[in-house]
Ligand binder design. Structure first.
Ligand code: SAH
Length: 232
C-alpha cells in the first residue's frame, strides 16, 4: 500500500501521522496481505477498501479512547486495536482473539515492529473475564464486528473497570435497543451512540458508548452457550 493512501485515510480522520507511524502501518498491511494468501485473516483485500474499511474506521476510534489501558475483544487481524496502539504508543493494549492463527500473526507483527506494552492473547472473552488479571482491569474495551450488541456487552463490560467504558463499533444500526436490558444488569450506565459516515465514503457507522458504572456481578459473563441461547 502506498504511503499516500495511508496518509489520505489519516487526513480524513483529522490526523497527521509521523513518517515512522506511516511506515509501521505500511509494513503491517503488507504482512497482512502476504499472510492472507495462505490463511484467511481478512475478507477485504483491495487497497482502497482496506484504507476505508480498516484504516479510516480504526483511526476514527482514537478520540473515543480514554485512560491508559485498552482491550480489543475479537481483534481478528488487529482491527482496530493494533492501529490504535501504533497511533498511541503509550497505551497498554491487549489484543484478544479466540482464533489461534490470528493471534500468531499478531505476535509476529508485534515482534517485527518491536512494540512494547502490547500483548496478543489467545482466548475467549467470557473466560478471560473471570480471571483476576483481566476482570475489570481496562479503562477501555472495544469490539468491532464480533457479535450482536446484547451478546457483546456481556463479553466486554466485565473487562472494564468502573469509571471506564465499552465502545462497540457498529454499522448503520447501533443496536442500542437490543442491549437495553442487558447493560444495567452488567453494571453499565446510560449508553449512547454517535452516527457518522466514514469521511469521503457513503459507509455508515455507529459508535456505541457504554459507560461502566458499577462492578459486574460475579455470575457474569456466563458460558458462551448460555449467552448465545439466552441473551440478557
Ligand atoms: N475486529 C476485527 C475482527 C472481526 S471478526 C475486525 O473488525 O476486522 C470477529 C473475531 O472475533 C474473530 O476473529 C473471532 O475469532 C473473534 N471472537 C468471536 N467471539 C469471541 C470471543 N468470545 N472471545 C474472543 N474472540 C472472539
Amino acid at each position: 500500500m502506498k504511503i499516500q493512501t495511508i496518509e489520505f485515510a489519516a487526513e480524513r480522520a483529522g490526523l497527521e501521522l509521523s513518517s515512522e507511524t506511516l511506515e509501521q502501518i505500511q509494513l503491517y498491511i503488507a504482512r497482512l496481505l502476504e499472510k492472507n494468501k495462505v490463511m484467511n485473516l481478512t475478507a477485504i483485500t483491495e487497497e482502497n477498501e482496506i484504507a476505508d474499511s480498516h484504516l479510516l474506521d480504526s483511526f476514527l476510534l482514537l478520540p473515543y479512547v480514554r485512560g491508559t489501558s485498552m482491550i480489543d475483544v475479537g481483534t481478528g487481524a488487529g482491527f482496530p486495536g493494533l492501529l490504535v496502539k501504533l497511533l498511541r504508543p503509550e497505551l497498554n493494549v491487549v489484543l484478544l482473539d479466540s482464533t489461534k492463527k490470528r493471534i500468531s500473526f499478531l505476535e509476529e507483527i508485534i515482534d517485527e515492529l518491536a512494540l512494547s506494552q502490547i500483548t496478543a492473547v489467545h482466548g475467549r472473552a467470557e473466560e478471560l473475564a473471570h480471571k483476576p488479571e483481566y476482570r475489570e482491569q481496562f479503562d477501555t474495551a472495544v469490539a468491532r464486528a464480533v457479535s450482536a450488541l446484547d451478546i457483546l456487552v456481556e463479553l466486554c463490560l466485565p473487562l472494564v473497570r468502573p469509571g471506564g467504558r465499552f465502545l462497540a463499533m457498529k454499522g448503520k444500526e447501533d443496536e442500542l435497543e437490543l442491549a437495553a436490558k442487558a447493560i444495567p444488569l452488567l453494571g453499565g450506565g446510560k449508553a449512547t451512540a454517535d452516527h457518522y459516515l466514514l469521511p469521503g465514503t457513503d459507509i455508515q457507522r455507529s459508535m456505541v458508548i457504554v459507560p461502566k458504572e458499577k462492578p459486574t456481578k460475579q455470575r457474569y459473563p456466563r458460558p458462551f452457550a448460555a449467552i448465545k441461547k439466552f441473551p440478557l
